[in-house]
Design a protein around this ligand. Structure first.
Ligand code: A3P
Length: 284
């Protein structure tokens, strides 16, 4: 059970976050042109994407991902620790964030970093976060999945509404320094999706290097990598053994939502997602 820091109507955990940092990040954090920014709503495959980008940078060599915790390789800018690490880091940075666009550093609009926005079926992101956060002290305990679905649909969950997150970030999807990817595409065709990331980052990999990126970013490899599987998360955050690598599939929500819950979700989804072009979301 935990309280939240409420920032402009959006709940953040009290552990690891500070109102002043969130404010400072938005107003004064300088994004640089040479930075690569990984953007997601929580539980959309953030860490998978970080692992892939790290492995692309090292041409598939896994020494870096096997020796440095994932949050040090690509810190979350809105956290206290991530912010401190990033402002002191020289050269091109990997930056991760779950912030909605209106809380993200304003400087992003005057520099031109490479931004990758990874989306996932919100039902799967919801289910993943339900199972993940209940093993932590970071959130209020919903008690049941049904309650959590209600909170999620209202945006009363960490980082606020999925629908607003999507609408905000997708409003800049035509920029040439913005790459839109989905968890579903990564699952269906990881090689092709990784090639797309390489093209976007301007990185040319040999076929055997690409094989290594695929191999070392697989679900099994990440599950066994203590630098990436969250087994190093400290005890002040975890109540009950934290597992990042839960199932790693698409559509698991169907095994957990009741028919009534699925219908209630669908109704809100249809209302909130009106106006997006058909074909944009692979889960539809
Ligand atoms: P599940 O809980 O559905 O298994 P995030 O990194 O944004 O917190 O997202 C975590 C989700 O991504 C979890 O989903 C996790 O299993 C999944 N994931 C992480 N690495 C993955 C990989 N290499 N392949 C497939 N899914 C992965």
């Amino acid at each position: 059970m935990s309280d939240y820091i409420w920032f402009e109507g959006i709940p953040f955990p009290t552990i690891g976050f500070k109102r002043e940092t969130i404010e400072e990040v938005r107003n004064n954090f300088l994004i640089r042109e040479e930075d690569t920014v990984i953007l997601t709503y929580p539980k959309s495959g953030t860490n998978w994407l970080i692992e892939i980008v790290c492995l692309i940078q090292t041409n598939g060599d896994n020494k870096w991902v096997q020796s440095v915790p994932i949050w040090d390789r690509s810190p979350w800018v809105e956290t206290k620790v991530g912010y401190e690490a990033l402002i002191n880091k020289e050269g091109p940075r990997l930056i991760t964030s779950h912030l909605p666009i209106h809380l993200f550093p304003k400087s992003v609009f005057s520099s031109k970093p490479k931004m990758i926005y990874l989306i996932r079926n919100p039902r799967d992101a919801l289910l993943s976060s339900y199972f993940f956060f209940r093993e932590t002290n970071l959130v209020k305990d919903p008690g049941s999945l049904g309650t959590y679905i209600k909170w999620f649909l209202k945006g009363n969950v960490l980082y606020g509404s999925w629908f607003e997150h999507i609408r905000g970030w997708l409003s800049i999807r035509e920029l040439d320094n913005f790459l839109l990817l989905s968890y579903e595409d990564l699952k269906r065709d990881p090689r092709r999706t990784i090639e797309k990331i390489c093209d976007f980052l301007g990185k040319k990999l040999e076929p055997d290097e690409l094989d290594l990126v695929l191999k070392h970013s697989s679900f099994q490899a990440m599950k066994e990598n203590n630098m990436s599987n969250f087994s190093l998360v400290t005890e002040d955050t975890v109540t009950n053994g934290l597992k990042l690598m839960r199932k790693g599939t698409t559509g698991d929500w169907k095994n957990h939502f009741t028919v009534a819950q699925a219908e209630a979700f669908e109704k809100v989804y249809q209302e909130k997602m009106a106006g997006f072009p058909p074909g944009l979301f692979p889960w539809e």
